[in-house]
Design a protein around this ligand. Structure first.
Ligand SMILES: Cc1ncc(COP(=O)(O)O)c(C=O)c1O
Length: 478
């Protein structure tokens, strides 16, 4: 309840707090940015940024495959925001589409009235999806899309079948529903989570079958088609075929999380298309926002969707998120899908990805004592290093022992930091397996970018493990 104003009291003008302007933000240097990050965003995270040397960099602009920092240094982006930058940074068609949308003063919030852009986006997503995967819910993050996927599946499965199978090593997001089927102790963080999960090893069809047989209350199975956070791990086609058969046999709804591996990243629109199977529910996010905004989608087979929300009585149960189908994000996603096809980026992911993998395999043959495995498909590539904690020369062990727990046994932190410092290349790390670097460059990546990456990586590995570790440790003390 509002406190009534005392009679006769003047309406005081509120003092403006000590606010920074957009111009202040633009002009801010690294020290001030660091202070504010520490004071208001995440002081603990600075620790890791310092370990990797990221804290010295202020990005001034980004275009195509490159970031440009405060000193004009161009950094080649082989991280790609964990798959959020299929079109690269600031794709001209995306910028133009958004500019026109703004100039025309289109409406954003699509709660009272429908949006022609959201409707067209849903049409496009359905057009890219096989069979009757054609009912779309629009949200703003991968977690939100996956929450929507679990909810539609749970309602369609019915209250008698509340159990959900998920995989070891899985990552589905950090909101509490999907966190409950995410297998990362760090992220689970001892929160009170849902207790309806049944965990199986990823890619183990016998374990899935045993679980289905042991628990008739299982109604849903949720799997990433390619485990991203787990370190780029796939399963073979035989697994997915058998999974489809088992789901049909036991009437279990299969949810395929394509948040990271979807939208062309592996060389097909959806990664499951490589296996000639179709799930019942799936989800997209990340690059759907064209690298420019937040957009996510849950896509369900029509019969599943209709069972869950198909009547006026049930239609609003999971509808009307404030920003669902918001205008500028919808038009951006609409254009993103057109660009993906018109610029041949999905084919390019397949071709350039195959080239990247073959070049990495060449380096694996050259440095077998350093590179343990090269895996992946398209431009979703995992590079695993041997664990060197036991083989490191005794003289370096005390220095390495002083490093953060996470970096001790893993070369990937050292290599990532030195690739950035000495070769202007950005790569991604893997929380679940510290020996794995993830390479998910934009799908506009050309062979020349792969050549540049490989040349830098080759030069770094050519120093040998001892020099890499020594250089990294030196960078920490200097
Ligand atoms: C497979 C998968 N699912 C879900 C998510 C969650 O997406 P978001 O971070 O947009 O909530 C991610 C994010 O990395 C992901 O990789």
């Amino acid at each position: 309840m509002q406190t009534p104003m005392p009679e006769g009291a003047a309406h005081a003008q509120l003092d403006k707090p000590d606010l920074m302007s957009v111009a202040d933000a633009k002009a801010m240097g690294v020290p001030a940015m660091t202070e504010l990050f520490k004071a208001h965003l995440n002081p603990g995270q600075l620790h890791f940024m310092k370990l990797l040397g990221f804290h010295k960099i202020k990005i001034e602009s980004a275009e195509g495959m490159y970031y440009t920092d405060q000193n004009g240094r161009k950094i080649l982006d082989f991280f790609g925001g964990f798959g959020s930058l299929a079109l690269g940074h600031n794709h001209p068609r995306i910028l133009e589409t958004r500019k026109v949308f703004q100039e025309e003063k289109r409406h954003e919030i699509a709660m009272a009235f429908m949006s022609q852009y959201a409707a067209a986006l849903a049409h496009n997503i359905a057009a890219c999806s096989p069979e009757d995967l054609d009912m779309v819910f629009l949200g703003s993050s991968g977690s939100e899309a996956m929450e929507a996927a679990l909810k539609v599946a749970e309602r369609a499965a019915g209250p008698e079948r509340p159990l959900v199978v998920y995989a070891e090593n899985s990552f589905h997001g950090k909101t509490k529903g999907v966190l409950s089927i995410t297998d990362g102790p760090l992220y689970r963080g001892e929160f009170k989570l849902l207790d309806n999960g049944v965990k199986v090893p990823f890619g183990d069809i016998e374990a899935v079958e045993a679980a289905f047989k042991a628990h008739p209350e299982i109604g849903v199975i949720c799997l990433e088609t390619v485990q991203g956070g787990g370190g780029i791990i796939g399963a073979d086609s035989a697994f997915w075929h058998k999974l489809r058969d088992l789901c049909d046999e036991h009437d279990v709804i299969w949810v395929a999380d394509e948040v990271q591996c979807g939208l062309g990243r592996t060389g097909r629109f959806y990664a499951f298309e490589h296996h000639g199977v179709v799930p019942d529910v799936t989800a997209l996010a990340k690059s759907l926002g064209g690298g420019k905004c937040a957009m996510a989608a849950m896509i369900a087979r029509r019969d599943i969707y209709m069972k869950a929300y198909g009547t006026p009585k049930t239609a609003m149960i999971h509808a009307q998120a404030t920003f669902g189908g918001i205008g500028e994000a919808s038009v951006t996603a609409l254009e993103t899908i057109n660009v993906l096809y018109e610029e041949g980026l999905i084919d390019n992911a397949a071709d350039t990805g195959a080239y990247l993998i073959s070049e990495l395999e060449r380096l694996q043959a050259k440095y077998p004592q350093i590179i343990k495995d090269v895996r992946g498909q398209g431009l979703m590539v995992g590079l695993e290093f041997h664990d060197f904690s036991q083989t490191l020369p005794a003289v370096l062990r005390p220095a390495v022992a002083m490093l953060d727990d996470k970096l001790k046994g893993s070369l990937s932190g050292f290599i990532g930091a030195l690739l950035l410092r000495d070769h202007d290349i950005l790569v991604a790390f893997t929380e679940y397996n510290r020996n794995v670097i993830r390479l998910e460059p934009p799908l506009i990546c050309e062979r020349s970018h792969v050549d540049r990456f490989i040349a830098g990586f080759d030069a770094l590995l050519g120093r040998g493990i001892v020099a890499i570790v020594r250089d990294f440790v030196k960078s920490q003390v200097s």
